[in-house]
Design a binder for this molecule. Structure first.
Ligand code: 5GP
Length: 140
């Protein structure tokens, strides 16, 4: 399967559609999921194109995992979480819906289930949660 440069995350990277961004460096971008399955649910992507783990280069994987660890620690602090779930899906049969490599970071609490998928969150709530993560990153 080849990379489709018109996937939603490629459009976010090019600034063609809006996103609520919380962090970026030379190689990675982090923004809020618009249908969060937990408060503070965000997505980490490489800035360079690849579909998923199956075609990513070692350099892309290294940079995305390093940023995922940074954001996982930030959401622990930002949301006073008890744990973090990191999800990553590969190809449609593996549960992937957007075909640009991404890792989900989800703050978690004992006995609190993830929300059902596909539910849009209010943009003001997403903006407030992004601000909490930015604050935690700034304090690190
Ligand atoms: P996956 O491909 O890992 O199954 O899931 C893709 C994720 O992208 C979903 O959690 C979905 O809510 C999120 N998503 C889909 N479209 C958009 C969008 O336009 N903006 C943002 N920020 N997230 C999106």
């Amino acid at each position: 399967m080849s990379y489709d440069p018109d996937n939603i995350f490629a459009k976010i990277l090019r600034g063609e559609i809006p996103s609520t961004q919380v962090y970026e460096d030379d190689d990675t971008l982090v923004f809020m999921d618009i249908m969060p399955r937990a408060e503070g649910h965000c997505l980490i992507i490489p800035k360079s194109p690849c579909r998923n783990v199956l075609d990513a280069s070692p350099a892309q994987l290294n940079s995305v995992i390093a940023t995922t660890q940074k954001i996982a620690n930030a959401v622990m602090r930002a949301f006073d979480a008890q744990g973090v779930t990191i999800q990553q899906f590969n190809e449609a049969a593996g549960g992937q819906e957007v075909f640009h490599l991404h890792f989900h970071v989800l703050p978690r609490y004992e006995n609190v289930k993830l929300r059902a998928p596909g539910q849009m969150e209010d943009s003001a709530v997403i903006a407030a949660n992004a601000e909490k993560i930015r604050g935690a990153l700034a304090e690190a």
